[in-house]
Design a protein around this ligand. Structure first.
Ligand SMILES: [Zn+2]
Length: 457
């Protein structure tokens, strides 16, 4: 009896070994990106994407990423929420208004793969720091950068790179970012300029780490060793639009922090009629576009042979959503889309889809944006009937018919688009189905994909 069993065992072991070897071959054949560029349009749902497309092109789905091979919806709820239910969203118009995530918890989910309380950045529900994508990429010897159209110490860039149980601790967060291993930081928050890029009489150093930090930064005296040679690697600070544009070509410094001469946002907070149609109020022309910042950041980060991770946030899409500004949300989303186009142009000129992965998504929707005439149309006993109408297409260059339902975030699913090396890894997580949006993943699964591709061996 003994002999046959051992024969069977040996046969099984041979089969097992063969399976393992085949698997490891398959794995080494699977596309692993050298570079990952993750775009977050903060506060951008399906209708914000569509509104910008209708305005810019006269029809929906004309953005450059509309042709990306991987497209799913994403659930965004945080640990402070109640999850997401397709049935509830279908049954009750008000369901999506309830218990949305904030940008801090969403950033922790997207960049670290952990659901946490609203307000928590890069820490779990016990306030324990959790590894983020910037730290993982640095562990692999890659370069890293975070850029945004709002203050650089705001929730999304902070959640990609540091840890804090209070998203409002901007000074501390800014200092932690400046003391991290990041190679590129870009965003608003300039202490000496207002929202129209005009000098202020009273400086506000809150978003750049305090007055002392700012003064040390302008003197080139901030920045720890980031490459392990025990020499400090000070940040080079740039502020003028021409300096951002210069960064887009030629040789670049090791580390760059770009703080354009503007307070809260590049454009969205400028004065003038904030409910005007897009571009009626002149843009601040002395600050860079998000596309210029993205192209500059890529030119710095691609110095590293081991690759890079870059996070680009359209941060003020959310802010215009909070304020229900139909014109400005379109301006902000187009600025974001232009940044995506700049990254795609970089991939096609300087890299390839075999070595770079681009992911485009949002952290949550803001404003519960629909087409006109949506909402509860009648209430009968125990049953509310409602419609959600599409945006009204008024033609290219014309503001579409849009209707906002709240001034806060919603619990709506948001879109995700991906292309390039490893993008097929998203398919395995698309195991839930929404009545409206089809297959969807959870925001924590974006981190699962990135961490599996940026694996520490
Ligand atoms: Zn918001």
């Amino acid at each position: 009896m003994r002999k046959p069993i051992s024969v069977v065992l040996i046969a099984l072991m041979v089969i097992l070994a063969a399976v393992l070897i085949t698997n490891s071959f398959l794995q080494s054949d699977a596309a692993v990106p050298k570079n990952i560029i993750l775009f977050i349009s903060d506060g951008c749902g399906y209708n914000q994407v569509e509104a910008a497309s209708i305005y810019q092109y006269g029809e929906p789905n004309k953005q450059i990423y509309a042709t990306f091979p991987v497209q799913y919806a994403v659930s965004t709820y945080s640990f402070s929420g109640n999850g997401y239910s397709s049935d509830s969203a279908k049954a009750n118009f008000d369901y999506l208004k309830r218990k949305p995530t904030d940008s801090a918890a969403a950033a922790t989910a997207i960049f670290a793969g952990v659901k946490t309380y609203n307000g928590f950045l890069g820490v779990d529900t016990n306030k324990v720091p959790v590894e983020n994508m910037v730290e993982r990429a640095e562990k692999l010897g890659k370069s890293t950068g975070v850029i945004t159209s709002v203050q650089f110490s705001h929730a999304t860039p902070a959640g990609a790179s540091v840890h804090n149980s209070g998203r409002g601790n901007y000074e501390e967060i800014a200092r932690d970012m400046l003391n991290s291993q990041l190679e590129v930081i870009m965003g608003a928050g300039h202490p000496l300029f207002d929202d129209n890029s005009q000098p202020v009489t009273e400086a506000n150093y809150r978003y750049v780490g305090g007055q002392e930090t700012w003064e040390a930064l302008t003197a080139g005296k901030i920045g720890k060793d980031m490459d392990g040679d025990n020499e400090p690697d000070p940040w080079m600070l740039i502020q003028n639009r021409s300096d951002f544009q210069r960064l887009m070509t030629g040789s670049t410094p090791k580390r760059v922090i770009g703080v354009p001469k503007v307070a809260k946002t590049l454009q969205q907070s400028r004065s003038g009629d904030d409910k005007a149609d897009p571009y009626i109020v002149a843009l601040n022309d002395s600050v860079p576009t998000l596309a210029e910042m993205t192209a500059g950041a890529l030119n710095v980060l691609d110095n590293n042979q081991k690759g890079f991770f870059l996070m680009v946030e359209g941060g003020a899409v959310d802010w215009s959503g909070h304020a229900n500004q139909s014109g400005r949300v379109i301006e902000e989303e187009i600025d974001f889309n232009d940044a995506v186009e700049a990254a795609i142009a970089w991939v096609e000129k300087n890299s390839s889809w075999n070595e770079t992965l681009i992911i485009i998504t949002a952290d949550h929707e803001t404003g519960y944006l629909t087409g006109p005439g949506s909402g509860v149309i009648q209430s009968t006993a125990g049953e509310k009937k409602f419609v959600i109408n599409p945006l009204k297409n008024n033609g290219k260059g014309k503001l579409p018919g849009m209707e906002w339902h709240i001034g806060e975030h919603s619990n709506s699913l948001v879109p995700l688009f991906a292309k390039g090396a490893g993008s097929e890894q998203f398919h395995q997580y698309a195991d839930e189905t929404d009545a409206k949006r089809g297959k969807y993943i959870d925001n924590t699964e974006i981190a699962k994909v990135v961490f599996s591709l940026f694996e520490v061996k």
